[in-house]
Design a protein around this ligand. Structure first.
Ligand code: V47
Length: 368
């Protein structure tokens, strides 16, 4: 039974949420601990429906990870290989990147999502050529590419400012930035799990610069490793503060830790309840970020259905050939058809809305 003093505090928080007032760190942590999961979900659902009604967004996309060679030794990562000669290390040629799109040229794909390891030996031209070659084949396609961690790495390695890197990539065809690499901003955690890459401040500064240049971007949080609930809430509040400044984030994507094939492996994966709580708390804390995305690849199809009643209004896309989570033990399929996604959404009692990367509805008549 939830104690009545907790119920009273939850009621005061609900009033703040309904009045559009921002919640603070203590309130966020309280919500994480709050005993009545359904009441928490219901409040998050109220906000979700106020923003998006019964629509759940998805897109038709696919992923390319041109290389998994990476100089950063992040403890949670099962995808990266430190050396180009390590078993299962790979780097695609530009022709192979092109072939990935040619293989799907007849599909109604609107977005390509590109993320790499931090390869120590590739020139900047390689990253621009990846964009150019895809744009040459399909000028209309949106390319969401290179995390803030990659942009920071390019800036350091090639002696450029974030703005210069981004401007050159935009000229080559970059459409927006994915949200990866944020992990957890707290220095205590970053130092232990991903100390070789961009700091929290650098990650945020790349997104600030991208937003100033007119790019939209996504943001993420990797949860379920060694962070405390306070550190999760602090992470979300730092994203909210940048969003207050720039309004450039489109969607927040909580990423549930997958424990296989890496050096944090002994930790258990977050439970379904933790996943649902995290979506709900995110919806309530991040009142200024329009969308909360459940990446179905990661939390599984069943939780992705329920998440749509806990604050989530987006399920990402058809994806195809996902590597980062499948190398970390994900048991979901590597791809879904448009019809599969629509069924998943409709059975959750929502209307499936196909969007493009920037959340324009593709075809109002097809909202089913
Ligand atoms: O940055 C890596 C995470 C991210 C593991 O912007 C792991 O639309 C859990 O950012 N367990 C990459 N998480 C994925 C990503 C993403 C995915 C879908 C859509 C978008 C978007 C972005 O995956 C990494 C890291 O935070 N990650 N390994 C793991 N074992």
């Amino acid at each position: 039974m939830t104690p009545s003093k907790d119920k009273a505090r939850f009621g005061r928080i609900a009033d703040k949420v309904r009045a559009g007032a921002p919640l603070d760190l203590d309130e966020g942590v309280f919500l994480y601990h709050y005993g009545d999961l359904l009441a928490l979900g219901s409040l998050a659902n109220e906000r979700r429906e106020a923003l998006h009604g019964d629509h759940t967004f998805f897109n038709v996309n696919f992923h390319i990870n041109p290389t998994n060679v990476c100089v950063a030794d992040c403890k949670f990562c099962s995808f990266a290989r430190l050396e180009p000669t390590a078993p299962a290390a790979y780097t695609m040629t530009i022709d192979e990147v092109r072939q990935k799109l040619l293989d799907r040229i007849d599909q109604p794909v609107t977005e390509i999502h590109i993320v790499n390891g931090l390869h120590g030996g590739l020139p900047f031209e390689y990253y621009k050529d990846c964009l150019r070659v895809l744009k040459q084949l399909r000028p209309d396609i949106h390319i969401k590419a290179y995390t803030a961690v990659e942009i920071h790495y390019f800036a350091e390695k090639f002696g450029m400012s974030y703005e210069q890197v981004l401007r050159e990539l935009i000229d080559a065809g970059l459409g927006s930035l994915p949200g990866g690499g944020a992990e957890i901003f707290a220095e205590r955690v970053r130092h232990k799990i991903c100390k070789d890459k961009a700091t929290a401040e650098q990650w945020l500064e790349v997104h600030r610069t991208a937003h100033k240049l007119g790019l939209r971007s996504n943001c993420t949080m990797l949860y379920g490793t060694i962070e405390t609930l306070e550190e999760r809430v602090d992470h979300m509040l730092r994203l909210r503060a940048l969003q207050d400044e720039t309004e450039g984030f489109q969607t927040f994507i909580p990423l549930s830790y997958h424990p296989e094939g890496n050096r944090l492996g002994k930790l258990p994966a977050p439970t379904g309840v933790d996943d649902l709580r995290t979506y709900a708390v995110a919806r309530l804390l991040l009142h200024n970020i329009p969308h909360i995305k459940a990446y179905w690849i990661m939390i599984g199809l069943k939780t992705a259905q329920i998440a749509q009643s806990f604050g989530v209004d987006d399920l990402d896309g058809t994806v195809q050939e996902e590597k980062i989570y499948h190398m970390a033990g994900a048991e979901t399929p590597q791809a879904m058809t448009r019809a599969d996604l629509v069924r998943l959404i409709r059975e959750a009692g929502r209307k499936a809305v196909e969007r493009d990367t920037l959340y324009h509805v593709r075809d109002r008549k097809s909202v089913v």
